[in-house]
Design a protein around this ligand. Structure first.
Ligand SMILES: Cc1ncc(COP(=O)(O)O)c(C=O)c1O
Length: 431
C-alpha cells in the first residue's frame, strides 16, 4: 500500500516535471522567435505575446472532438481583434455579454446569425441595439428579463439559463445566475403566456472545471429536463447550449478537450439531429495562445528570503491570479536556454508585482536563478481573463498585446507586423 502510494507520487512528480519541461520548451521556442524579439524590442516589457495561430488550432481541436456542436467563442475571455479575426476566418461563432463586445464583431462585419447574447441580465437599450443589429438568440433566467422581449421580432429565441453549482470550478458561474428545474418550468410557462419563444436551455458548468464527468452529467440532466417539459407543457425545444468551462493547464496538467469530449459525446450525439447543440468556450480557445514577458525591476533580501519585483502584477495582466486563483508558471529567460536544467545556483524566491499594494504578490516559492535588474521572465497560459480584467491601478498603463505573425520569417516583416499591431492596440483599448 505504502509502496503503491510512493510509486503513484513518483509517477505524479515525473509527469509534473514532464509538463513543466513541455511548457519551458514552448516558452523557449516563442521567446527566441524573430517575431517575439521584434515585439519585445518595440514595446519593451511588460508585453503580452499573442499567437493567433494557436487559437485556430484549439478551435480545430474542439471541432474534431465534438463535430456536431456549433461553437461560439466567449469574447469576454480575450477581446482582441487578432483573436476575433482568427476565429472569424475559421468559421467559429461568437458569444457576447455586452454591446461593446457586439460592436467589436459588427465592426468586423461578422454576420448577426453567428452571434448569441448570453448575459442573463441586460439593459433594455442593449437588447434593442442587439436586436437591431440582427442578433436573435438571448439568455434569460427570470420573469422580468423575459418580459423585456414581449415586443421583440417573432424570430427571437430565448434560452433559459439553468444553474449547476460547481464548487470544484475556479469560478462557479451558477452562484449568480441560473435556475433549478421547477423554476425553469415556471419560466417556460411564463414565456408561453407572454408570447415569447423559448428555444431551449443554456448553462455553464463553471469555468476552469477539471472534471469531465460533471460536463456529461449537466448535459444529461438538461436533456432529461427538456424531455419532461416538452411532454408536460406541450412545447418543442430545438436548442441546447452547453456553455463553456473547458479547463486550461496552468501549473499542472488539466483535462484535455478530448477527455471532456469523450464523456460528452455519447450523451449529446443521439440528440444532435433533432437539436441544435451549441457551446460558448472562452478560456480553452485562448489561454495557451498568449504569454506574458516581464522584467525584473527590483531585488531585495527580506526576512522570508529573496524578493524579485517585476513590471506587471495582480492589478495588471496577472489579474487572473487575483480573480481566479490560477497559478501561471513563471520561467526566467536564462533557464530557457540552459538545455538540461541546472538548478545548483537557484533559490526559492517571491515574485512581487509593481504596485504599492502588499497583496500584489504574483507567486511565492518560485525556484529561480540569480537574477539581475533587467532580466526577462516569461509566463505561458496568459491568454484568458488577464488583460481583459486588468486595471490601471497606480496609474500603470495596460500591458500592450503584440499579435505575432507565424509567417513573418524576416526581422523586417516581424517588426512591421508588430508596429501595425501596436497601432491596433491603441485604436482598440482592451478593457
Ligand atoms: C455565459 C458565459 N459563457 C461562456 C463563458 C466562458 O467560459 P469559459 O471561459 O470557462 O469557457 C463565460 C465565462 O464567464 C460565461 O459567463
Amino acid at each position: 500500500m505504502v509502496e503503491g502510494t510512493l510509486r503513484a507520487s513518483v509517477l505524479a512528480s515525473a509527469s509534473a516535471s514532464a509538463f513543466d519541461d513541455r511548457r519551458r520548451s514552448e516558452a523557449s521556442t516563442l521567446l527566441s522567435s524573430v517575431a517575439a524579439r521584434a515585439a519585445i524590442a518595440l514595446h519593451g516589457t511588460p508585453v503580452l505575446l499573442l499567437e493567433p495561430d494557436r487559437v485556430r488550432r484549439q478551435y480545430e481541436r474542439l471541432r474534431r472532438a465534438l463535430p456536431f456542436v456549433g461553437f461560439h467563442y466567449a469574447v469576454k475571455a480575450l477581446a482582441h481583434d487578432a483573436v476575433l479575426a482568427a476565429l472569424d476566418e475559421s468559421g467559429c461563432g461568437f458569444d457576447v455579454a455586452t454591446g461593446e463586445e457586439l460592436g467589436m464583431l459588427t465592426r468586423r462585419g461578422v454576420a448577426a446569425d453567428r452571434i448569441i447574447h448570453t448575459h442573463p441580465i441586460k439593459k433594455p437599450t442593449e437588447i434593442a441595439e442587439a436586436l437591431s443589429a440582427g442578433v436573435r438568440t438571448f439568455v434569460v433566467d427570470n420573469d422580468v428579463e423575459i418580459d423585456k422581449f414581449r415586443d421583440a421580432p417573432p424570430d427571437t429565441r430565448l434560452l433559459v439559463r439553468l444553474a449547476y453549482r460547481s464548487p470544484h470550478a475556479k469560478s462557479d458561474l451558477s452562484s449568480k445566475f441560473g435556475v433549478g428545474p421547477f423554476e425553469a418550468a415556471r419560466l417556460v410557462a411564463h414565456a408561453v403566456a407572454a408570447g415569447v419563444r423559448v428555444a431551449g436551455f443554456s448553462y455553464h458548468v463553471g469555468s476552469q472545471l477539471d472534471d469531465p464527468a460533471r460536463f456529461a452529467a449537466a448535459a444529461a440532466d438538461t436533456l432529461e429536463l427538456m424531455g419532461i417539459l416538452e411532454r408536460r407543457l406541450k412545447v418543442r425545444f430545438d436548442t441546447l447550449d452547453i456553455g463553456g468551462g473547458f479547463p486550461a493547464s496552468y501549473d499542472t496538467e488539466s483535462a484535455e478537450i478530448e477527455d471532456v469530449a469523450r464523456l460528452l459525446r455519447p450523451v449529446l450525439a443521439p440528440h444532435a439531429g433533432r437539436l441544435r447543440i451549441i457551446a460558448e468556450p472562452g478560456r480553452v480557445l485562448v489561454a495557451d495562445a498568449m504569454s506574458l514577458v516581464t522584467s525584473v525591476v527590483g531585488i531585495a533580501e527580506r526576512g522570508d528570503g529573496r524578493w524579485y519585483y517585476v513590471d506587471d502584477g495582480l492589478y495588471g495582466s496577472y489579474s487572473n491570479v487575483l480573480t481566479e486563483d490560477v497559478h501561471p508558471l513563471v520561467f526566467a529567460e536564462r533557464d530557457l536556454h540552459a538545455g538540461a536544467r541546472d538548478t545548483a545556483d537557484h533559490r526559492w524566491a517571491t515574485l512581487g508585482g509593481p504596485t504599492c499594494d502588499s497583496s500584489d504578490v504574483i507567486a511565492r516559492d518560485v525556484l529561480l536563478p540569480d537574477l539581475r535588474v533587467g532580466d526577462l521572465l516569461v509566463s505561458p497560459t496568459m491568454g484568458a481573463y488577464t488583460t481583459v480584467t486588468a486595471t490601471r491601478f497606480n496609474g500603470r498603463p495596460l500591458t500592450p498585446v503584440a499579435a505575432l505573425d507565424p509567417v513573418a520569417a524576416t526581422t523586417d516583416a516581424a517588426v512591421q507586423y508588430a508596429v501595425q499591431d501596436a497601432a491596433d492596440v491603441r485604436r482598440v483599448p482592451i478593457v
